[in-house]
Ligand binder design. Structure first.
Ligand code: PRP
Ligand code: URA
Length: 208
């Protein structure tokens, strides 16, 4: 079974209070989602492998360390887009793929409408981004498609998860490690995370 890492840090919790608050406007919401995404990147990358690289400092030669594998970031549209900048600021060499899907509001089933990945996805570490892990249907489908594209080393990165979504992802993709800023209580009758933060896509893009 895949492991779940919940990132406990005072700065993350402080920013989460802003993100969850219904009175936070679009601009601040978007900034805070990006900031939390940047902060959790340190933890996600903690066990990344490095290889030695000979370099010259202005003073002498030395053996430095660089990342062994390339990184591909794959946001799930739309809400995953809100995390890209924060993570890309920390890993600027990462390539970016996209997967478009939305959750049908009555059936809660994911509908895929777009997928485009860089060729290097096969040998890269792939970070799948979606702030909300609710039923887990969207994340599970996205990872299925990313695996079909050849990816082998995949991590799911979210902001808020529900126990239902975590269990679904662990069942469907036991090889994929899950990183979240918070694990909430449950889903309500409309499939929204409680206490959650509402509809993340709408709050990021001001569509409601
Ligand atoms: C939201 C969210 C996830 C999905 C989570 O997207 O960003 O992709 O719901 O729900 P699930 O775990 O039950 O599948 P939504 O379908 O609202 O699309 P949007 O990002 O375009 O707003
Ligand atoms: N999608 C969201 O944006 N929020 C939720 O709480 C659940 C799914």
């Amino acid at each position: 079974m895949s492991s779940v890492v919940i990132l406990k840090h005072p700065l993350i919790e402080h920013k989460m209070a802003k993100i969850r608050d219904k009175n936070t406007g679009t601009k601040e919401f978007r900034e805070s989602v990006n900031e939390v995404s940047g902060l959790i990147t340190y933890e996600i990358t903690r066990d990344f492998q490095t290889i030695p690289k000979a370099i010259e400092t202005p003073i002498t030669h030395m053996e430095a360390s660089v990342l062994k594998k390339q990184v591909v970031i794959v946001p799930i549209l739309r809400a995953g887009l809100g995390m890209v900048e924060g993570i890309h600021n920390i890993i600027p060499t990462a390539k970016i793929g996209h997967i478009g899907l939305y959750r049908d509001e009555s059936s809660l089933q994911p509908n895929v409408y777009y997928a485009k990945f860089p060729d290097i996805i096969t040998d890269s570490v792939v970070l799948v981004l979606d702030p909300m892990l609710a039923t887990g249907g969207s994340a599970s489908k996205a990872i299925e498609i990313i695996k079909q594209a050849g990816a082998k080393d995949i991590r799911y990165v979210g902001i808020v998860g529900a126990p239902e979504g975590v269990s679904r992802l662990q069942e469907d993709h036991p090889d994929v490690k899950i990183y979240l800023a918070a694990l909430d209580s449950h889903l309500n009758e409309h499939g929204y995370i409680v206490p959650g933060l509402g509809d993340c896509g709408d709050r990021l893009f001001g569509t409601k």
